[in-house]
Design a protein around this ligand. Structure first.
Ligand SMILES: [Fe+2]
Length: 209
């Protein structure tokens, strides 16, 4: 009697793999950058809603936030994925309780920031001066939003913002058009109106299943 062939086990692709495939398809289908990043929102929503993603993020290490003043150390992000064709990246960001980012922009880079776990405050700032004075920027807080899991924030190029974790450990998944860390981004101090530039977060490769 011959043995029956074993059925082929088809495993569902993980939420991470599904997101990557959908994001790549979006790059192929949507040439308009603004529209593409708006359409990326629902894809990230699905990723944030996945129980397996949340479970694995429990093991992700905290990321340093870098210096709040000029010349301070670079912040850190976990580098979960970098697309070989389109260049977009998926970053993980774990903020320990009581962590505050500096007030900054992302230069030309498009960013979709999604809260996976914990609650935090997202601040937006508007610029009041015309940018003609070197090392000087007047900024004023224009938004102060308390956010929790599932919240998605589209950060357009040059938008000025900060985040604060409050009393909880918070985890974010961030999709960026380009890997940060290798180009200068703006930094702002509303108290002194000082403006300076620093490099974005150092990228720490980390497995994403
Ligand atoms: Fe940011």
């Amino acid at each position: 009697m011959s043995a029956r062939p074993m059925p082929i086990q088809e495993t569902e692709p993980s939420a991470a793999k599904r997101f990557i495939a959908a994001a790549r398809q979006l790059y192929a289908d949507e040439p308009d950058t603004d529209k593409r990043w708006q359409k990326m929102g629902p894809l990230l929503s699905e990723l944030l809603a996945d129980a397996g993603v949340k479970a694995q993020s429990g093991k992700w290490p905290s990321c340093d936030q870098g210096g709040l003043t000029e010349g301070g150390p670079q912040a850190q992000n976990l580098l979960l994925y970098e697309d070989p064709d389109h260049g977009f990246v998926i970053n993980g960001l774990v903020k320990a309780p009581g962590t505050r980012t500096n007030i900054h922009d992302h230069a030309h880079n498009w960013t979709l920031y999604g809260v996976l776990d914990g609650h935090e405050t997202i601040e937006r700032y508007e610029r009041l001066d015309d940018g003609s004075k070197p090392d000087y920027a007047e900024v004023r807080k224009s938004e102060n939003a308390q956010v929790g899991p599932g919240k998605i924030d589209l950060v357009r190029p040059w938008q000025i913002h900060a985040e604060e974790s409050g009393e909880e450990r918070t985890v974010a998944i961030i999709v960026r058009a380009e890997k940060p860390g290798g180009f200068l981004q703006g930094r702002y101090d509303p108290e002194t109106s000082k403006y300076w530039q620093g490099y974005g977060p150092t990228q720490i490769p980390f497995e994403f299943e």
